[in-house]
Design a protein around this ligand. Structure first.
Ligand SMILES: *Cc1c(COP(=O)(O)O)cnc(C)c1O
Length: 484
């Protein structure tokens, strides 16, 4: 035994296996110590730590023992089976949970898929400060502490025309901080038509309650006139709150008070007029229905004292929330106890500063969200033709028969609660298979190494090209090959 090589030992075990009953099979499972010295185990020890590798191998071996005791005959020689089962567990443990994905849904601002992909300038800015020390809360000129908001406040003021501005963790935090600071212990009037729920349980009535303010709902679902707002005001009212009806639209017989009317009413009664804009449009988009979404600048110009909006919706930057407007109110929010709990992290701040600078340089076409929303039919059709070619090539490989591909028109969407009722017309590639359902093909694409998220329509998988980024065609082809 002393000079027996690893290979000879494995062969010997195989022999034993052939003769054996359950006990012999169990005895021929390789010992842990031996497996831990295999090259693959040493490599995974680097990524996962030896302790974790040991635990994972142990659970693979337990599983094999259980199968054998349950009467199963192993499909492979046991050393190989142990290696295979361990490797499959190790691979799934070592893969990052949060990873890049291909958005082939045509929904540009897709909250489940990470909302806004960042512009390359924003990525570079993150890279420049993430691995080093920085002047995050420090003024090198003065040699003393300075708040992190200083890096973006001037830029926000320039793009929105606001007197003052504050960046926080996201727009939900912006609304909460603003209401807590303005109206805790007092009343806030909201229109019945704007008591919205956004995404995963952000509900205006609940946020209001959480901020310590009492809600007074004015008017009806489809109609809240300025007289309704006026009648809802009493001596304990602190603010009028207008909310962007992000993810729905009320059609038919409707009436609502204009911003100018609300601004005049709140001035007249000494109240704060606050507007939660949601999507943070900084400059008009070049799309047919652009007029339905108002830029932040317009809301402030029409007399809102405070506006709040997201950094990663139409603005196209990182996850951030902005509060912009009157200096007195913003200063008070900056000193509020909640501020510390909702402050922005340095990487988001770096990405946000770089994104704002693109707007100021009139280079917003370099922001992926803006570029994808504005893509015209000609470009989209060319993109779809190219994807069609790449996929046909991938499917020309052996074993890939029975697929058919075609160029199709698609209905894309802005997403992120902007323009909820306006589709963007786009192009894509429809895939169908003679041997496989569209759902099963869509699932195979989703679960490949780089997940590809598509839509299914009329029994076909549809890959929308509007939301594809550089290199995504190759990723889709790879996912496709893997799915075959
Ligand atoms: C999206 C949205 C929010 C929440 O913003 P987050 O940045 O996702 O926290 C709040 N209000 C409105 C009107 C929205 O559209």
């Amino acid at each position: 035994m002393l000079y027996m090589s690893n290979l000879e030992e494995k062969r010997l075990r195989r022999g034993v296996m052939a003769l054996s009953g359950t006990n012999a099979l169990l005895r021929s499972i390789p010992p842990m110590e031996e497996l831990l010295h295999e090259r693959w185990a040493l490599e995974f020890s680097h990524a996962l730590g030896r302790g974790q590798v040991k635990n994972i191998i142990a659970s693979a071996l337990d599983e094999i023992r259980r199968d054998i005791r349950g009467g199963q005959r192993p499909e492979l020689p046991l050393p190989e089976l142990a290696e295979l089962r361990s490797l499959s567990l190790l691979h799934s443990q070592a893969a990052p949970s949060l990873k890049s994905a291909v958005n082939a849904t045509g929904v540009v601002i897709h909250t489940n898929l990470g909302r806004a992909p960042l512009a390359s300038e924003a990525l570079a800015a993150v890279n420049a400060v993430a691995g080093t020390y920085s002047n995050l809360e420090y003024s090198p000129e003065k040699g003393e502490r300075e708040g992190r908001n200083a890096h973006v406040e001037g830029l926000i003021r320039r793009v929105t025309g606001a007197q003052a501005a504050l960046a926080v963790n996201n727009n939900a935090a912006a609304v909460l901080l603003a209401l807590s600071s303005i109206a805790a212990g007092r009343e806030v009037v909201v229109s019945n038509g704007e008591l919205v729920e956004i995404g995963d349980s952000f509900r205006i009535p609940e946020i209001l309650a959480f901020s310590g303010a009492k809600m007074t709902a004015a008017g009806c679902t489809n109609s809240t006139r300025i007289s309704d707002w006026r009648n809802a005001i009493n001596e304990n009212t602190a603010a009028l709150l207008k909310v962007h009806p992000s993810n729905y639209r009320i059609e038919g017989f409707t009436a609502s008070a204009s911003r100018e009317e609300l601004a005049a009413l709140s001035r007249d009664r000494g109240l704060v007029f606050m507007e939660d804009l949601g999507s943070g449009l900084l400059s008009p988009l070049n799309v047919p229905f652009a007029a339905r979404e108002h830029p932040v600048k317009d809301a402030l110009a029409a007399g809102a004292d405070i506006v709040t909006f997201s950094g990663d919706k139409l603005l196209g930057g990182p996850q951030i929330g902005v509060i912009a407007g009157s200096k007195d109110l913003i200063d008070k929010m900056g000193r509020h106890q909640l501020m510390r709990a909702v402050r922005v992290d340095k990487m988001a701040l770096a990405a946000f500063e770089a994104t704002l600078r693109l707007y100021l340089a009139a280079r917003q076409a370099e922001i992926p969200v803006v570029r994808m929303i504005e893509l015209g039919a000609g470009v989209l059709r060319r993109k779809a033709r190219r994807l069609l070619r790449v996929l046909r090539e991938a499917a020309a490989k052996p074993g890939a028969s029975g697929f058919s591909f075609s160029l199709v028109e698609t209905e894309d969407a802005v997403g992120g609660g902007a323009f909820p009722a306006d589709a963007l017309s786009g192009f894509g590639v429809a895939v169908s298979s003679s041997s496989r359902s569209a759902e099963s093909l869509a699932q195979a694409l989703r679960t490949s190494c780089i997940p590809v998220i598509s839509t299914v329509r009329d029994g076909q998988v549809v890959l929308h090209v509007r939301t594809l980024l550089d290199g995504d065609e190759k990723r889709i082809a790879a996912a496709f090959s893997q799915a075959l």
